[in-house]
Design a protein around this ligand. Structure first.
Ligand code: PLP
Length: 389
């Protein structure tokens, strides 16, 4: 059955509450209220003026495919060329196309839970069996449960979906953990969909990719998106990067689905990759300030604890104790009450997959990409007053 991204439903509820004249503090959706850097916007207008308004090649204009291959090679130590890149209308379409290209009906696919809900939806819609592996709260951040992941592998397992620097937990694997994942992938001869939507969304340190490890780039498709790094969520531009024979299949799927991506915005994306990076730095600085404000305030609420992750723009605080103190048992009750009483709108753990057997701790997800610091202070202040009353 085709599932959905239920965060969009939460958005609609918040909008309906707002339409009645209520103030909303939007922490629910990973959209951004930060403008796309001006040099990128200008490049799009210039391309329109230059008549880049017709169809273009299915896998994208050559300058963009080359710029993206160069960008990935610089950060991943790979040797991709334009032939390994298929430009897509966002990061999301890469999920379905990779599944269609690599999975047969009846195959099993491992996917993260809690995790981005579209994986499970697309695996099952295309006739596969979605097998969850979990992330659990550790000492300093959420952690991948590697032993459980390996135990779930059967002879029917075809692919691993791996979203390091993860939505919703912001979990990030250490180098040793990436090595261990690569070992499992090689041992069981799996394909990998490596969702790197947040690879460049980090505030400290350097991101590492599973695809950089020996034997990985031959069996992996990288999901890349311009949405987050360049604050271009509504432009709809991303890419699949991987072995040419897989990219060729995805290109065939793209001819059937879209013909090509929006032509002129691809010139804007070239400017994003090759041009002045000061806009990107500003976006990260803005988000980092929001993260620090939100984390400090959340940790000041009785019965709430929250990590300070290095990447993404999501927080996944543990609210088990706060719910107990408030006498709220169900996630949806908490979410709806908070919206009604405070205007604070967020997703809960259940928007990121079914709760796993034995899971007793409770979590909510707050995105700080679409709300300014002063509103974070005001909104979390109201949430604190509500939860502690
Ligand atoms: N993958 C993950 C983990 C995401 O969180 C998102 C968006 O939130 C996407 C993929 C899709 O990105 P896009 O907006 O570029 O389609």
């Amino acid at each position: 059955m085709l599932g959905t991204e239920t965060a969009f439903a939460v958005s609609a509820e918040a909008a309906a509450h707002g339409a009645k004249g209520n103030k909303i503090y939007p922490f629910h959706l990973g959209d951004m209220n930060i403008n796309t850097p001006e040099n990128i916007t200008r490049a799009a207008f210039d391309a329109v003026k230059q008549g880049k308004t017709g169809y273009c090649p299915t896998c994208g204009i050559m300058p963009l495919r080359e710029a993206l291959a160069d960008d990935i090679n610089a950060s991943h130590g790979t040797d991709f060329t334009a032939a390994n890149v298929c430009i897509q209308p966002g990061g999301k379409p890469v999920i379905a196309k990779t599944i269609m290209a690599l999975m047969n009906p009846g195959d099993e696919v491992l996917y993260p839970n809690p995790g981005y809900p579209i994986y499970e939806s697309q695996i099952e819609f295309h006739g596969g069996k979605a097998v969850p592996y979990c992330y659990k709260e550790g000492k300093e951040n959420f952690e991948l449960k590697l032993d459980e992941l390996e135990k779930s592998i059967t002879p029917k397992t075809r692919m691993l979906i791996f979203n390091d620097i993860q939505n919703p937990t912001a979990a990030e694997s250490s180098h040793a953990e990436l090595e261990a994942v690569a070992e499992i992938v090689r041992k069981h001869n799996l394909y990998v969909l490596c969702d790197e939507a947040y690879f460049d969304m980090r505030y400290e340190g350097k991101s590492n990719s599973l695809v950089s490890l020996p034997g990985m780039k031959e069996r992996s498709v990288i999901l890349y998106t311009f949405s987050k790094k360049f604050a271009m969520t509504g432009w709809r531009l991303g890419a699949a990067i991987g072995p040419k024979e897989i990219i060729d299949v995805m290109s065939k799927l793209a001819v059937n689905d879209e013909s090509c991506c929006n032509h002129f915005i691809q010139y804007a994306a070239v400017e994003g990759l090759r041009g002045d990076q000061s806009g990107v730095k500003k976006i990260l600085a803005t988000l980092k300030e929001r993260r620090d404000t939100a984390v400090d305030l959340l940790n000041s609420i009785g019965g709430v604890r929250c990590f300070r992750p290095n990447g993404t723009f999501y927080l996944f605080p543990n609210v088990t104790e706060a719910m107990k103190r408030k006498g709220v048992k169900e996630y949806d009750e908490l979410r709806k009450l908070a919206l009604e009483k405070t205007g604070v709108s967020f997703c809960t753990r259940l928007h990121f997959g079914r709760a796993l057997p034995g899971e007793s701790d409770r979590y909510i997800r707050l995105a700080y990409s679409g709300i300014n610091t002063d509103q974070i202070v005001e909104g979390i202040g109201k949430l604190k007053a509500f939860l502690e009353s």
